[in-house]
Ligand binder design. Structure first.
Ligand SMILES: Nc1ncnc2c1ncn2[C@@H]1O[C@H](COP(=O)(O)OP(=O)(O)OP(=O)(O)O)[C@@H](O)[C@H]1O
Length: 230
């Protein structure tokens, strides 16, 4: 699945100012340390780029934030309360991982219409999502026959169907051509303008926006493990 759903969508979530705060976060994968002592804070309207060599833990961090992977230690607070495992329901999150989660039996229009219904959003958003990512001419094609860049566009288009205050994007630019990159940047800027928070892992330094950066190399527990990526 393309998005992490934890709670019924609320029309209000993306319009409020929210705060994500990470303190003393440690990550282990397969028993091996990846990063440790990670600290950062992001607020509504901000874009935080996650950078660092292969294996530095960008995907792991996004998976921890999405609730797919437990941290080894540390705290993740959303508006001052634990994002996962606390007493409050976590917000719905928009997560796009490496996989595009195509449904080969559905046309692109059916795919997006399904997700709009799933999230309780108006049907016209599916058409807007197709248009925003240059997919309108492919709307009646099956997800099975998409090129890799078209499939990535579809995965990203689904973000427009979720009412969520937080996007977690793992290498969203991979496979995208220039027009799709521009479309994504426009969507991110629009989302930030509405108070959305974006964390985006990337190796492509093409982001001349007012973003902040977090280089996970600086938090490596075992720098030797990153040698291949430096
Ligand atoms: N399922 C897993 N089991 C055990 N170790 C894993 C698993 N997935 C990733 N790792 C290890 O965790 C470390 C961090 O991987 P991760 O995918 O988070 O890095 P990354 O910064 O996103 O890398 P890349 O730039 O290559 O995408 C790596 O050393 C990797 O080998």
């Amino acid at each position: 699945m393309n998005a992490a759903e934890h709670a019924p969508p609320s029309q209000e979530t993306s319009r409020q100012t929210h705060r994500l705060e990470v303190t003393a976060l440690d990550c282990l994968r397969g028993g091996w340390p990846v990063f440790g002592g990670l600290e950062f804070k992001v607020e509504g309207g901000e874009l935080l780029l996650l950078t660092g060599p292969n294996g530095s833990g960008k995907s792991s961090l996004l998976r921890i934030l999405a609730g797919f992977l437990p941290p080894a230690a540390g705290q993740i607070l959303w508006d001052g309360v634990p994002l996962h495992g606390g007493e409050e329901e976590p917000p719905t999150l928009g997560y796009v991982g490496h996989r595009n989660a195509l449904k080969g039996s559905l046309t692109l229009r059916e795919d997006l219409a399904f997700w709009a219904r799933f999230h309780g959003r108006p049907a016209h958003l599916a058409e807007e999502a197709l248009a925003a990512f240059g997919l309108a001419s492919l709307a009646e094609r099956s997800g099975r026959i998409l090129s890799s860049g078209q499939a990535r566009r579809l995965a990203l288009a689904r973000l427009k169907l979720i009412d969520t205050p937080l996007w977690l994007l793992d290498e969203p630019l991979v496979g995208l051509d220039q027009s799709a990159i521009t479309a994504l940047r426009n969507e991110i800027e629009h989302y930030r303008g509405e108070g959305g928070i974006v964390l985006l892992a990337t190796h492509q330094d093409i982001w001349p926006l007012d973003e902040r950066r977090l280089d996970l190399r600086d938090h490596a527990v075992s720098p030797d493990a990153l040698e291949a990526g430096t």
